[in-house]
Design a protein around this ligand. Structure first.
Ligand SMILES: [Zn+2]
Length: 227
């Protein structure tokens, strides 16, 4: 009742298409839920996300939920998630992907979920890591702990996103560091991120985690850039 009243005066809009959202809808409207471009990577172990890391780092599994097109609905979603304070979008996408991933068994052997970290200065500016809620949803669904301590981003860069768009990867490896002890040996880590583009950030994160003896890596992203 209260929610209906609030909606009447402050109607909420869909995070992907901006049309008004109904009281039985959550963040993303029903039409968008049907129209958002799904990759269905979880049905194919040799998918294009997995192939991105061929010859770069050993990966057990890689997948993304959605295709990301410039000026598309997914870009709008990610923009709202990263820059407009709509942290809850990550939770919605996490719940959504958990359903698909459950049936595939992909996360069965994963020991810890690790969001690609922000530099602490960036975290302070944004107020949240846009991947954390996504990770928490997966963590809840699979009963796998979220670990936000083991991987650290050391370098603050104002033009970080531009560099990633240009596919610049040199130098990025020194950006991430790991803080581990013997209890972290022989673990399977699931790295999670928002958009998979060149893969250089995830590659650098993986290389840092692979310094831990016996480490295995899998990767799950909300979306993957697609031309
Ligand atoms: Zn919509």
């Amino acid at each position: 009742m209260l929610k209906s009243l609030i909606n009447l005066f402050f109607p909420t809009v869909c995070a992907a298409c901006k049309s008004f959202i109904l009281s039985n809808e959550n963040i993303i409207c029903t039409i968008c839920r049907h129209e958002l471009p799904l990759t269905n990577h979880h049905l194919n172990p040799e998918n294009e996300a997995f192939k991105k890391f061929y010859g770069r780092i050993p990966v057990e599994h890689a997948s993304a939920l959605l295709y990301f097109h410039k000026k598309g609905m997914v870009q709008e979603l990610i923009h709202n998630l990263k820059y407009k304070g709509h942290e809850e979008i990550g939770a919605v996408l996490g719940e959504w992907y958990a359903e698909d991933l459950k049936n595939s068994g992909i996360l069965n052997n994963v020991d810890a979920i690790i969001p690609v970290p922000l530099h602490k200065k960036r975290l302070k500016e944004r107020g949240y890591n846009q991947v954390t809620k996504f990770g928490m949803a997966l963590s809840d669904n699979f009963n796998i702990p979220l670990n936000t301590k083991i991987l650290i981003r050391n370098v603050y860069s104002k033009t970080q996103s531009k560099k990633n768009l240009l596919g610049r990867s040199e130098g990025i490896e020194s950006v991430f560091d790991v803080a581990f002890s013997e209890k972290d040996y022989n673990k399977h880590f699931l790295l999670i991120d928002d958009v998979l583009t060149t893969g250089s950030t995830l590659e650098a994160c993986s290389k840092a985690l692979l310094k831990i003896p016996g480490a295995k890596i899998s990767i799950v992203c909300m979306a993957m850039a697609h031309s």
